[in-house]
Design a protein around this ligand. Structure first.
Ligand SMILES: [Zn+2]
Length: 272
């Protein structure tokens, strides 16, 4: 019998009972750090950090045309730090080390990549590429893997990372899925929409990840202000490819999805 694992992804530190897995922000893109949430997978926004970008503009990633700030690059939803600043790494590592001492279930690393394919070509990154004789593609991938690898050595608790919703060309964000998979327990894939009125793209992407990933993965659905019936249809669709589903930002709707999917448990097909 296949069992669904249904979780919630939330900014709230309170956790309603009854779900299979919990994700709560310890550090979000604003850069604000909260206390670790016990029994939850604590989410850390790694390189998206508005506060640090404001306080330490010299750490911000650079595309060759502009810095990775919302004010300069309109494609960004937050400000991004360059991967070449090891003193910034130390702050994230320290956060994990401290939280690891409390009874957290694990850590989820969000925004581990470069902000988009143009980044980062700041002077420090260019020098690193030159010194190590690597091209920008390999450089970006190495930076991301090394960062996650180091965190995997700090904690023995479960570790997960966010994948951009593109199963085919992950390298454009600086990710090598197979290499990254060695250091984590599972992936979280946000297939977010504000209505889920059309589902063909959801089907294509969920199928793509189902085919490509060798590790367990959760698909995340966005629930805030989404019609519940549309969300139910989206969850059923995703359930064709994974029994691991996370509902983000609305615990009440998440519980409705939980009840619906648990009824279907005997019918699902999944590799995990
Ligand atoms: Zn850089």
């Amino acid at each position: 019998m296949q069992k669904y694992n249904i979780g919630i992804y939330s900014h709230n530190a309170e956790m309603p009972e009854g779900f299979d897995i919990y994700f709560n922000y310890m550090k979000d893109v604003t850069g604000i750090i909260n206390k670790p949430v016990i029994n939850s997978h604590n989410i850390i926004s790694c390189f998206a950090d508005n506060k640090t970008a404001k306080q330490n503009p010299e750490l911000v990633a650079y595309s060759g045309k502009n810095r990775a700030l919302r004010s300069e690059d309109k494609t960004l939803y937050c400000d991004w730090i360059c991967h070449s600043h090891k003193e910034y790494y130390s702050k994230i590592f320290e956060l994990v080390k401290i939280a690891d001492k409390s009874n957290v279930a694990g850590f989820h690393l969000d925004s581990i990549t470069m902000p988009n394919p143009d980044y980062c070509v700041c002077d420090t990154c260019l020098k690193e590429m030159q010194d190590n004789n690597v091209n920008i593609n390999d450089f970006r991938i190495n930076q991301t893997i090394n960062f996650v690898k180091q965190i995997s050595k700090i904690t023995q608790k479960e570790l997960s990372v966010t994948l951009y919703p593109d199963p085919f060309y992950q390298e454009r964000y600086g990710i090598d899925i197979a290499a990254l998979a060695r250091y984590i327990d599972y992936f979280l894939i946000p297939l977010y929409d504000i209505s889920y009125q059309s589902l063909y793209w959801l089907d294509s992407l969920a199928h793509g990840f189902y085919k490509i990933l060798k590790k367990p993965f959760y698909i995340m659905l966005y629930a805030k202000d989404v019609d519940l019936e549309n969300l139910k249809k989206a969850a059923k669709m995703v359930g064709r490819y994974t029994n691991n589903i996370i509902i983000s930002y609305d615990d009440d709707k998440a519980y409705e999805i939980y009840k619906m999917l648990k009824k279907l448990e005997n019918k699902v097909r999944s590799r995990f």
